[in-house]
Every structure is written in structure tokens, then in C-alpha cells.
Ligand binder design. Structure first.
Ligand code: F0G
Length: 458
């Protein structure tokens, strides 16, 4: 008999989580104005809100915490991290920040001005937020396959080169200060970008004089998919693949809370010394001095170890196979999800799941609330709420896809937990035709509203 796959770690410390009754959850979610971000975590049994900062660190990372150097300037922890970033990504200059969006804030302060265009595969919401806040425009050049959840195209994070070239051709180059490749592409379902696409994008961008920035939050997962799916990479190590990927970038922003395997932190890195010099000033203003930028020395130490750990098959096989375990279970039950299954999350196609809920009543948010009521599981809406209103018309932007995202924290839950999530969704799927109404907005913020929106039942 073949031996089954099992996690390549054992557990040294545990944290209790709490079950609740449906009656309790009915009350709690009403008190939370049907916004799952408003729930305190003890009211959640299995928390798949995000894989960001929610993972478990290894004993080696905890050991590195103890040797953190908390000097204001020039700490050894900064130099450890600098060296690790140089080795793994090949960038000479780097600035630490307190998380990913802070790196976006600092770098975009250098690069963007009103009226600029920033094309990419599909921008994450904080990235889009930082672009639009500066009255620049984020343009998604997503490939059409990404919008067909049944298509099993292996690299749905790819940029459509024809769409990209159209943007490049329309605008004078001075109005396109950079383009952004998000790897993996969170918005389209944790979908990877192929090496061939990264290379082709870089070549085209170079032709038009546009620098390429990688939004790198899940870069290691992207490398794993290249290794598994792209011809010529199956015998390469993750570290070799990562190294090649970043030769096609001029700079990177990073949320270390994902593929840095730490609870907080971020950074940006680049080749261009002029960008570094300018960004240093903004970093000092917004984040902290250039050798800590919002991070404790101990956290930089843990990140240096984390970057090493995540760029291995030991780590990534276990991580992504758990995501696939949940996705495959849902498919077995006939539940519509974005295929192929992505790297950090399973994205349930809420429009197909709840065909009778009108789009004006926030289909994916409705499904997220029903799942919480059914099983105490917290997912997150990646749909109309997240898409915000059009800054010009103030109308809701209805994205092509409405997803309920079930993001799986790294090294945190067992497959028994995944079974609970799958069973909860199956129960809802069986009565889906009875669900015909959703939610209405009572109060919302002008930008990034999904975090704080107040909703009520129709
Ligand atoms: N880029 C991507 C692709 C992300 O997914 C995120 C965060 C960020 C940038 C911003 O990083 O949170 O450290 O400031 N994504 C989280 C999520 C919040 O749940 O997907 P941050």
C-alpha cells in the first residue's frame, strides 16, 4: 500500500478554539451588522478570513525571535534580513515596513502622480486603494480564462499581453510609471503566473520603458505552481525558480504576513538606487528609520528564517496540498469553485452557488454569513463589497465573479477542520434554492468599505 501524504511537522504548542450554537451565532452576527470583520475571534470556530499573519511560526523562527537585535539603527537583525532578501530575490536594496500595504504606500509615494495609469494582472484591493487614493488609475489586464471558474487553465494569474499592450500604446510612457504583477494573483483566486508570462511581460514592459513591480505576497506558492505545472521546471528547486522569477522584476513589494510566514511585517526591495533613496525618505516619515521601518528586530529575524522555510518543497507541498484537500472535497460535493484550486485559498463561486440572490444584495457576503451561521466558519467576501464604488460615478462596481474566499492559514488547522468547513458548505448547498434574499448596506466608507461596512438583512 502506498503511504499517504502527511504534514512534515509535528505540533509543539496548541491554542484553544471555541464552538458555539447556531442561536448564539444568530445573535452575534446581527450584533456585528452582518460584517464578519466585526466578530471577535472567540466567536469563530474555524477562521478562514485570511491567511495573512495568521499562520504558525516554526520553533526555529521562535528561536530567532530570542536573538533579535533591537538597536534603532544598524541592527544585526536588519543585516540578516537584507542578506536573505539579496540571496533569495536578488535585490540589492531593501526597506522594511510594518506590512505589505505600507510598502505600497511608500513606493507609490515615490512613483505615482495624479492621472497615471498602473496596469497589472489584477490588483489586490489595498494596491488598488493606494493607486486610486493618488487619483491614478489601476487597470486590470486579466486573461479571460480567469473569469471562467470551470476552466482549468493552469496559470489564471497571467496577464493578457494584448490587453497590456493596448494600455501601453494608448498612453504616453510618462503616464505609466510602473506596472504590477501580483504573484499569486489573489483577486482571481490565488492563481499563479507562469514563468513564460512573467518573462514576456517584462520584455514588453521594457520595450515601452515601463518598470515592473511584483506584488509578491505569495511568491513562493507561485514558484511551487511553476515547478508543478510548467515545462522545464519540475527538476528545479523552489529557490532556483524564485531567483529566476525575480529577474523579471525591477522592484517588489511584500506582505511578509503571507509567504514570509510571520505574523506582521513587510518590505520593498529594488535594483534602482534612485528609487531606494527617494523611498528611504518616505519610509522614515511613515514607517521608521531605514533599518527597522516599523518592524522589531526580533520580527526581522523571524522573517529571515521564514523566507528560508517557505521556499522549500517541505513547506509548500504540505501547505498547498491542504488547500487542495478542501477544494477537492467541495468539488466532490458538487460545489462550484474556481478551478484549478489556488495556492492559499479555495474560492467558492457564489453566483453559481446562490443563483437566486440578486447581485444588488451582495451574493458572496450572503453566502459568507450563512456559512458562519451553519458552522461557525469565517470566510471572506471577494465580490461587490470588496470592489468598492466607481470613484467617478459612485455606482457599485459589480465584478464578473463573486467569490466566498476560504483562506487557509499556514501550519494552523488540521484536515479535520477542513472536513467541518466542507460539511458546513454541503449542508447549505443542499438547500441553496430556498435562499433568495441577501443583504443591504446601511453604512459604508468611501474606500475599502468591506472592512467596516454595516449591513442588514433584506
Ligand atoms: N498584496 C496582496 C496580493 C495581498 O493579498 C495583500 C493582503 C496585500 C498586498 C497587502 O498586504 O495585508 O500586509 O498590508 N492581503 C490580505 C488578504 C489582507 O487577506 O488577502 P498587508
Amino acid at each position: 500500500m502506498n503511504l499517504p501524504f502527511a504534514e512534515n511537522y509535528k505540533i509543539k504548542m496548541v491554542e484553544p478554539i471555541y464552538r458555539s450554537t447556531r442561536e448564539q451565532r444568530v445573535q452575534w452576527i446581527a450584533d456585528a451588522n452582518y460584517n464578519l470583520f466585526n466578530l471577535s475571534s472567540d466567536k469563530v470556530f474555524i477562521d478562514l478570513l485570511t491567511d495573512s499573519g495568521t499562520g504558525a511560526m516554526s520553533d526555529r523562527q521562535w528561536a530567532a525571535i530570542m536573538t533579535g537585535d533591537e538597536s534603532y539603527a544598524g541592527s544585526s537583525s536588519y543585516y540578516h534580513l537584507k542578506e536573505k532578501i539579496q540571496t533569495i530575490f536578488g535585490f540589492e536594496h531593501f526597506l522594511p515596513t510594518h506590512q505589505g500595504r505600507a510598502a505600497e504606500n511608500v513606493l507609490f509615494s515615490v512613483l505615482l502622480k495624479e492621472g497615471d495609469l498602473v496596469p497589472g494582472n489584477s490588483h489586490f484591493d489595498t494596491t488598488k486603494g493606494h493607486i486610486e487614493y493618488r487619483k491614478a488609475k489601476a487597470i486590470d489586464c486579466t486573461i479571460d480564462e480567469a473569469f471562467d471558474t470551470d476552466s482549468t487553465f493552469p496559470f489564471k494569474g497571467n496577464v493578457d499581453l494584448a490587453k497590456l499592450e493596448k494600455v501601453f500604446k494608448l498612453q504616453p510612457q510618462k503616464n505609466i510609471p510602473a506596472m504590477i504583477m501580483t504573484i499569486t494573483c489573489n483577486s482571481s483566486g490565488g492563481q499563479p503566473v507562469s514563468m513564460a508570462n512573467l518573462k514576456a511581460v517584462k520584455e514588453m514592459a521594457t520595450e515601452y520603458g515601463v518598470p515592473v513591480i511584483f506584488d509578491s505576497a505569495r511568491f513562493a506558492e507561485n514558484a511551487w505552481f511553476i515547478q508543478q505545472r510548467e515545462e522545464g521546471y519540475s527538476t528545479k528547486t523552489i529557490k532556483e525558480i524564485v531567483k529566476e522569477m525575480f529577474t523579471y522584476a525591477d522592484a517588489m513589494t511584500m506582505s511578509s504576513k503571507k509567504d514570509g510566514a510571520v505574523n506582521i511585517g513587510g518590505f520593498m526591495a529594488m535594483r534602482n538606487i534612485d528609487w531606494y533613496d527617494k523611498a528611504s525618505t518616505f519610509n522614515i516619515m511613515y514607517e521608521g528609520f531605514v533599518t527597522y521601518g516599523g518592524m522589531a528586530g526580533r520580527d526581522m529575524n523571524a522573517l529571515a528564517v521564514g523566507l528560508d522555510e517557505v521556499t522549500t518543497n517541505d513547506f509548500l507541498d504540505t501547505r498547498i496540498k491542504q488547500v487542495q484537500y478542501l477544494g477537492n472535497k467541495l468539488m466532490e460535493y458538487g460545489i462550484p469553485i474556481q478551478q484549478p484550486i489556488g495556492g492559499h485559498a479555495v474560492f467558492v463561486d457564489a453566483k453559481k452557488f446562490l443563483p437566486y440572490v440578486p447581485k444588488e444584495e451582495y451574493i458572496a457576503q450572503t453566502l459568507a454569513i450563512i456559512l458562519y451561521l451553519e458552522a461557525g466558519v469565517r470566510g471572506v467576501e471577494v465580490g461587490t463589497l470588496l470592489a468598492d464604488r466607481d470613484p467617478e460615478t459612485n455606482d457599485n462596481r459589480y465584478p464578473k465573479l463573486e467569490f466566498l474566499r476560504l483562506a487557509i492559514p499556514r501550519r494552523t488547522y488540521s484536515n479535520n477542520h477542513m472536513d467541518v468547513v466542507a460539511a458546513g458548505l454541503k449542508n447549505i448547498f443542499e438547500i441553496r434554492d430556498e435562499i433568495r434574499t441577501g443583504l443591504l448596506i446601511r453604512k459604508e466608507a468611501a474606500i475599502m468599505r468591506h472592512f467596516t461596512v454595516l449591513l442588514e438583512k433584506v
